[in-house]
Write a protein of this length. Sequence first.
Length: 212
Amino acid sequence: MRLVLLGPPGAGKGTQAHGLSKQYHIAQISTGDIFRQHIKQNTELGKKIQVYLDQGILVPDELVNHVVEVRLLQEDCKNGFILDGFPRTIPQAEALISMGIDLDRVINVDVPDETIIKRMGGRRVCPACGAPYHVRYHKPKHKDICDECNQPLIIREDDQEATVRKRLLIYHEMTKPLIKYYQSKNILLTVQGMGDAEEISEKIIEALGENA
């Protein structure tokens, strides 16, 4: 099965992609995870990506397309995959076609903007080990202190409200058109992304089961 997860930043795509990867025994490909790995390793690509992320703007298509194409050539993708964070623009969707990739389903996780802002504003991360937390959904044992290494938690630049609002504007302008694009190909499934992660997972699996 070849799947794509669409949805605004903070919609929980990463969590859902992880669950679907286990459910269907397919590779999870997160462009965000790949980017963060490059940033952590301080590669030349990582330095370029960091500049775009700090400004809350999309990484240019040519960079993203190259990263995804290289990843899709790996052995664990032969039996299927789920893409999280790609494509984000119609040119990126067309790049997938040029790579010879035919998708089975595209899952759109729909969440209102104000809910996204509240979710992302509550995110916290450890600057030392990268462990993620949330002030409502995944609290540390001690307020604002990492459970793993006792470092003070921080709010990432791309989780600041002003940056989140900017990312949402970009999403509506550049990524949301993909909904109509994939609707026209009759492979889009829309699932409401409200509720806890397990509820949303059940909705996605049910929709895939009905439309497989």
